[in-house]
Design a protein around this ligand. Sequence first.
Ligand code: ADP
Ligand code: MG
Length: 348
Amino acid sequence: MKFVPAKPNFSRFRPMRLFTAALALFFALLPLCGCAAQEKTETFTAMDTVMTLTVYGGGNALDDAKVLILGLEAELSVTAEGSAIRRLNEEGELELCEDAAALVSEALALCAETDGALDITVYPVVRAWGFTTGDYRVPTEEELSALLPLVDHSAVKMSGSTVTLPAGAMIDLGAVAKGYASDRAAALLREKGVKSAILNLGGNVYALGSKPDGSAWRVGVADPFGEGGTYSLVLSVTDMAVVTSGGYQRYFEQDGVIYRHIIDPETGHPVDNGLASVTIVCEEGLKADALSTALYVMGYEKAVEYWKNHGGFDAVFILNDASIHITEGLESCLASASGEQTPEIIKK
Ligand code: ADP
Ligand code: MG
């Protein structure tokens, strides 16, 4: 038998068929467009800050995430009556619920990893400055030196979910709770099928998936010298936490001196080391929150060293001279920079 190569049969080509196919495709896609994930946004106060959650699709997922965050606040707050952390501080020993135990355990590991730049036992000092109540004051040196021996994360003992504090010691999860809450909220949303959400827990941003149109989320890094609502730069991210710690957010002024709410656990004094803000970008909100506080305490040089030695995250450092420095992994995420100076890229 003779092999005859198949020839395209152009005689079969009919414009009507193409038209019918296009029409079928149109109707096939129509329901998809009609069901575009519905946007829901809610703004509320929790953990001493304003939070805005924007969620696409997922039915009641947004309400569930809000309930989850408010529940975490009730457990983790250092001031709320009956919270696990307040009771632990009052009683010195307590078996914690699942979330509080998980967070204390992970926070202690981060305290050790940052060599105590993050130290959740700094609370007696934070309290002496009035930062938790808003009754700001400058404590005397004697008062601070009496409190400093209580600041030692390595003295906190954990056995299962039971935490034991040395006499007089107290913990505060203020530097890590919002990051943890963003991770838990993102996990819950994913479980409910959400593929696109942007969670802003008072400057702790978690970008879940991408925007509904498939493009990356754009997250602004606040200008620490701006009036609010202005950004030093904008990053394009997907499935990333972007968390900023800065002295500009919470502080008080007395006799012309500014006292910021992040304390150097070595000295008991508010941090004042030339850094205006530190932003951490990584996959976990808890780590980003912990490291943004810790690297702010470390100061620029030590913080860059820490990044070089540990990795697993990227950072934006804004110095008091308004210069902006970004670690090399962010170069490709930089959507725009509004500052006078172009950001310096920090290489490994
Ligand atoms: P914010 O809560 O404003 O987002 P941070 O995440 O940096 O900022 O946390 C700062 C809070 O953590 C302070 O208000 C205080 O309660 C507590 N804190 C201050 N200094 C330290 C520190 N060195 N280590 C751990 N917690 C700290
Ligand atoms: Mg923090």
